[in-house]
Write a protein that binds this ligand. Structure first.
Ligand SMILES: C[S@@+](CC[C@H](N)C(=O)[O-])C[C@H]1O[C@@H](n2cnc3c(N)ncnc32)[C@H](O)[C@@H]1O
Length: 253
């Protein structure tokens, strides 16, 4: 008889029951949960990520507006704005993230919204040039609703920067397999985005061999703590083209 109902990948797989899903709790970033946000390691991480964003801004000179979902209190935004204070930078997170943001007189604008199961875009611009989700998408209950919202808040030249934690470091997942590299790229594709560039993190995880669902992951990123995926927008296929493709594949059988 099997004594497990699933194959564990990491010891942490056993500790995340749905009542731990942080997206369902309002206390994120309150005094008890905020931790040492001013520690050097956190600052270094945001500086590194801001350098990646700076590279994206340099290569895409038309980026004037940024929306960051699940931004936390806004530390990455302050690094990005320090180098480019002309940007419009909007963020969405929870109540206590905004409290920290306001108390520290951070630049930009933060909106409080519950993104766990849907994406109410009221109050936001009609489109942004760059959208950032930094270790956020894997937390919410309805990533498709978020991705559809992002599609509708972007124009043809917009970019979406997704930071995807490496499962090897033992992260909380609502849908574990969705964030395996190949599945995430497929998910992004079905939501109208195409992977254009990818970066790793200076932080590393333990080693575990590539899964069948990570064949597209570059070997040098197997132990990277995060995978940073820059996506461009693609045109969704028309119903007519879909029918043609379907008919052609049927005929080829
Ligand atoms: C892992 S943290 C990442 C924070 C930040 N982007 C960073 O990289 O440090 C996930 C973020 O998503 C936010 N978040 C999670 N569920 C949310 C929800 N239902 N509505 C709004 N924000 C949410 C959390 O408050 C938190 O700031």
């Amino acid at each position: 008889m099997l004594n497990r109902k699933y194959v564990a990948r990491h010891t942490n797989d056993d500790i995340f029951d749905f009542n731990n899903f942080d997206t369902l709790h309002l206390d994120e970033w309150d005094e008890k949960s905020i931790g040492r946000i001013d520690a050097k390691s956190w600052k270094d991480r945001y500086k590194y990520e801001a350098a990646l964003i700076a590279e994206v801004l340099n290569n895409n000179i038309e980026i004037d507006s940024i929306l960051e979902l699940g931004s936390g209190p806004g530390l990455l935004s302050q690094e990005v704005l320090a180098a480019n204070d002309k940007l419009v930078y909007h963020m969405v997170d929870k109540e206590y993230a905004k409290k920290y943001f306001d108390e520290n007189n951070f630049k930009g604008e933060m909106f409080v919204k519950d993104l766990s199961a849907g994406f109410d875009t009221s109050g936001l611009l009609s489109s942004y040039d760059l959208i950032i989700t930094n270790d956020f998408l894997e937390h919410v209950l309805n990533p498709s609703a978020i991705a559809q919202g992002i599609y509708n808040l972007t124009h043809e030249n917009s970019k979406w920067m997704v930071s995807n934690p490496n499962w090897r470091m033992g992260h909380q997942y609502v849908y574990r397999g969705l964030f395996d590299h190949d599945n995430l790229v497929y998910f992004l594709h079905t939501h109208g985005f195409t992977l254009e560039s990818m970066w790793g993190s200076p932080l590393t995880t333990q080693y575990a061999p590539k899964l069948q669902s990570e064949q597209g992951l570059p070997d040098n990123l197997i132990q990277s703590w995060n995978h940073y995926l820059l996506c461009g927008k693609r045109e969704l296929m028309s119903d007519e083209d879909k029918t043609k493709l379907h008919d052609a594949s049927k005929a080829a059988k």
